[in-house]
Every structure is written in structure tokens, then in C-alpha cells.
Design a protein around this ligand. Structure first.
Ligand code: RP5
Length: 179
């Protein structure tokens, strides 16, 4: 897992794996990476190949549209898009790709991420974005893995084991409190 490469070229440690990346993780700026990194970490845990890039809706709109238009043909199955402030990236990508788009509202210095959240979540009917919580990049990665698991029994088993792990941890915490 590496920080986003310069804009334009899909990258990421797993992008060269056989079959290519299944998930595209994109963000409006490399300043979003400290938040978005959690999505990549989650996909690492499930050994899901992904690519990372900076695709700014406002600063590089033509590249952003090209990324969305080409994503499915390049073999991506899910797009995770994070942005902060006037966060138009997830919605604009969703408007030009048939793939599921998961939006991550990135919190910035002002407004506690509410601006990002509302920009991403209030999509018009017909153009869905699955919006996670403010800063919820880990859940975005986990949701992408679940989408892929719907058609991948092995990945589904890994997800079941992960869920069992959550259950075990919570049970253990309860036991410790009761002791
Ligand atoms: C958004 O503007 C980006 O997603 C980022 O959250 C925010 C600020 O970008 P920088 O000015 O830090 O590059 O489009």
C-alpha cells in the first residue's frame, strides 16, 4: 500500500497482480490519503486487489470523467471515492459508470465533515452512491469486499470468519467486564 501516485495513472501495490485490480480507490487530493488509507488496509486484509489514484472532480474534470467511463471496461468491479468539502467526486463518478460507487466523506478543517457528508449522500434518484460515515474509509473497504464476495465463495468465507472474529472480540469484552 502506497500513497496515491501523481494524478492520471492508476497505481497501487496490487494493480499489477494477475487479473488486475478489482477495486478502484480514488480521492480528490493526496491530502485525503490519511483517511482513505483505511480502505486500502481493509482490502489488504481480504487480499482484494485494488488500485489507488488521485482524481479530482474540480481540478481535473476531464480525467475524472475518463476514469469513470473506463473503470468497468478496465475490469474494476467497485469504485471507492473519497473527497472532502464540496465533495462531488463520488456522485460524478456514479453518473458515468455502471459500477457500484462507495462514497467516503473526508472531514476537513472546517464543518467537521458535514459538508462532505451532505455533498455525497444527497444524490438524486437514479444515481446511487453508497455513502459511509464521515471518515469511514475502513467500512468502505469492507463494503467493497462484501460486494465482491457476493460472487466469490472464498471471499465470502473470509468475510464470515472476519464477522465471527468481531463477535468473539465483543463477547470477550463482555466477559472481561463481568469478571
Ligand atoms: C477536495 O478538496 C479533496 O477531496 C480534498 O478533501 C479537499 C482539499 O484538497 P487539497 O486542497 O488538500 O488538495 O476536492
Amino acid at each position: 500500500m502506497t500513497p496515491p501516485a501523481p494524478a492520471g495513472t492508476p497505481s497501487g501495490p496490487t494493480a499489477d497482480q494477475a487479473g488486475g485490480p478489482h477495486v478502484g480507490i480514488v480521492m480528490g487530493s493526496d491530502s485525503d490519503w490519511p483517511v482513505m488509507e483505511a480502505a486500502a488496509k481493509a482490502l489488504d486484509e481480504f487480499e482484494v486487489p485494488y488500485e489507488i489514484d488521485v482524481v479530482s472532480a474540480h481540478r481535473m474534470p476531464r480525467e475524472m470523467i475518463a476514469y469513470g467511463e473506463q473503470a468497468a471496461d478496465r475490469g474494476l468491479k467497485v469504485v471507492i471515492a473519497g473527497a472532502g468539502g464540496a465533495a462531488h467526486l463520488p456522485g460524478m463518478l456514479a453518473s458515468v459508470t455502471p459500477l457500484p460507487v462507495i462514497g467516503v466523506p473526508v472531514p476537513l478543517k472546517y464543518l467537521d465533515g458535514m459538508d462532505s457528508l451532505l455533498s455525497i449522500v444527497q444524490m438524486p434518484a437514479g444515481v446511487p452512491v453508497a455513502t459511509v460515515s464521515v471518515g469511514g474509509a475502513r467500512n468502505a473497504g469492507l463494503l467493497a469486499a462484501r460486494v465482491l464476495a457476493a460472487h466469490d465463495p472464498e471471499l465470502r468465507e473470509r468475510m464470515r470468519a472476519f464477522q465471527q472474529g468481531l463477535n468473539d472480540q465483543a463477547t470477550e469484552k463482555g466477559k472481561r467486564l463481568r469478571a
